[in-house]
Design a protein around this ligand. Structure first.
Ligand SMILES: [Zn+2]
Length: 281
């Protein structure tokens, strides 16, 4: 499924990811649930199991990001209805078809805590949850598309966003610029997504046994340039200056032009980097 389905699923998102639009991740608030309503016990149990998966991934993400969590982020599963409501509220797709396509293409969201010292929350889409549930011994819906190990890589990506938040306030800075209509938000987006993909790839290949992740994983067919080019930029900075240099870029991303130049240089130097249709997530 992966390649074809992802290629199709990513395309509708492109229009939502142009510079003037909002990015699909972060800035998503809690879904509209009835406050105080008793939560279905089955869903509580599901979240508890997902939390266990996240907690087991945390040491791997900390190892490959070379950063630590003050406390592990919370994870929550969204139902299809909740997920569509989140996407409709935050991305405001202009048609039902676009809403469905966009919501299917988004795998997870990191929601920063309004408290600057707090760790936010990871919300997972039903597409991610289904394969994980299968591994956890529950019946997975038939429509699930992605392998379990790739879902864990997606979780690692969202965990990297959580680390960016607690250490560098990167998602919050980007959100503020975006809300202010400042084009400068793009350099934050490239570094934010690039670093999340950089960590995701390291966890996937070093900790989850996935080979050639960028050529086989969820970024194949993702044409949002911030993922692939941001990843190349982060990889180059790390190769040349180590994690210290990469952290400096996370604290204060360079101008977008420089990110693109460094990324292009990195691509030209790697025979296995075949272009932009590589990674995404
Ligand atoms: Zn991301």
């Amino acid at each position: 499924m992966r390649l074809v389905a992802f290629a199709l699923l990513w395309v509708p998102l492109l229009s939502a990811q142009q510079p003037e639009s909002k990015p699909p991740e972060r800035r998503i608030e809690q879904p509209a649930e009835q406050p105080g309503a008793p939560k279905d016990q089955k869903l509580v149990e599901r979240d508890r199991k997902l939390q266990k998966v996240v907690d087991e991934l945390v040491p791997l993400v900390e190892k490959y990001a070379e950063l630590e969590f003050p406390s592990p982020p919370k994870v929550r599963a969204a139902t299809h209805k909740q997920w569509r409501e989140l996407v409709a509220k935050e991305l405001k797709p202009d048609s039902t078809g676009k809403l469905v396509a966009t919501s299917m293409m988004m795998l997870g969201l990191y929601v920063p805590d309004p408290d600057p010292a707090g760790t936010g929350e990871i919300v997972l889409s039903p597409m991610v949850i289904a394969p994980l549930l299968k591994e956890l011994g529950e019946d997975a819906p038939r429509h699930h598309r992605l392998a379990q190990t790739h879902q864990k890589a997606t979780l690692a990506h969202e965990l990297a966003h959580a680390l960016q938040d607690v250490h560098f306030a990167l998602p919050k800075k980007m959100k503020r610029l975006l809300a202010a209509g400042d084009d400068d938000w793009l350099r934050y987006k490239y570094v934010l997504e690039g670093h999340a993909v950089f960590v995701e790839e390291r966890v996937a290949e070093g900790g989850l046994g996935l080979e050639d992740f960028m050529q086989t994983g969820p970024y194949v067919g993702n044409f949002d340039p911030s993922y692939a080019n941001g990843w190349r930029f982060c990889r180059r900075v790390f190769e040349q200056g180590g994690m210290q240099a990469l952290e400096a870029a996370l604290k204060d991303p360079p101008p977008l032009r420089e990110i693109l130049e460094v990324g292009a240089e990195a691509r030209d130097d790697r025979a296995d980097d075949q272009g932009d249709a590589k990674r995404g997530g």
